[in-house]
Design a protein around this ligand. Structure first.
Ligand SMILES: Nc1nc2c(ncn2[C@@H]2O[C@H](COP(=O)(O)OP(=O)(O)OP(=O)(O)O)[C@@H](O)[C@H]2O)c(=O)[nH]1
Ligand SMILES: [Zn+2]
Length: 211
């Protein structure tokens, strides 16, 4: 377990350049002032004087995932589930993330399923894992694989299925400007990877069918 936690605890393989020497709040606020000037506005006008402070505070919250360990969230499991060993699916987990290319929002939903092997985890912990990875700079592909990877490694279930559907604001607000387009990604491990019928069952249940 320790080795597993280490693997997912920042700095980890999931953060290419983990920062160990963070700038001070004052330095971060100065950077926001520079960006305000870069937009063409005046950081000294009344409406903007407190903005650097607010932005830095908001960043702490929106990027809080760098200070949390997803493997730890999954550490507490329950074995008393009356022999239940079929699919557990937590769907429509809403999340807000930021793309690592433009640092603008990715807004979407994650659907996470697993086939337990003797133990289950609290349902809220699945949503917490989604949030931790969402609150880092991301690509949708990496985030999907990370959610599946940590659940597979820590719970060691018979299989994990993760589907993420999201809208990327960098494609809506700028650049190609395609509003409303959704990107879908999925990762399957174990039984889900090996058995196409299990993948179909997962997708059917995500889409609201009985599976
Ligand atoms: N694969 C993947 N691409 C993403 C994700 N989020 C944003 N992107 C894309 O990352 C790419 C970055 O492309 P670049 O050409 O380096 O940057 P850019 O000039 O800002 O690109 P445009 O958005 O096409 O204007 C863009 O095509 C984005 O749409 C993601 O989660 N996954
Ligand atoms: Zn982007």
């Amino acid at each position: 377990m320790d080795a597993v936690i280490k693997k997912f605890m920042p700095p980890s393989a999931y953060m290419e350049k983990p920062v160990t020497d963070r700038p001070t709040e004052a330095e971060a606020e100065a950077a926001v002032r520079t960006l305000l000037r870069w937009t063409g506005d005046n950081p000294d006008r009344e409406g903007l004087v407190d903005t650097p402070k607010r932005v830095v505070k908001a960043y702490r919250e929106m990027f809080g995932g760098y200070d949390k360990c997803p493997a730890e969230e999954l550490g507490r499991t329950f074995e008393e589930v009356a022999g239940y060993d079929d699919l557990v699916l937590v769907k429509d987990i809403t999340f807000h993330s930021h793309c690592e290319h433009h640092m603008v929002p990715i807004i979407g939903k994650a659907h996470v399923g697993y086939l337990p092997d003797g133990k289950v985890v609290g349902l809220s912990k699945i949503a917490r894992v989604v949030d931790i990875f969402a609150q880092r700079l991301q690509t949708q592909e990496a985030m999907t694989a990370q959610i599946a990877g940590v659940i597979q490694d820590v719970l060691n279930p018979r299989g994990v299925a993760v589907m993420v559907e999201a809208e990327h604001m960098c494609m809506a607000m700028r650049g190609i400007r395609k509003e409303g387009s959704t990107t879908l990604t999925s990762t399957f491990t174990g039984v889900f990877k090996d058995t196409p019928e299990e993948q179909v069952r997962f997708v059917t249940m995500v889409r609201g069918g009985r599976g």
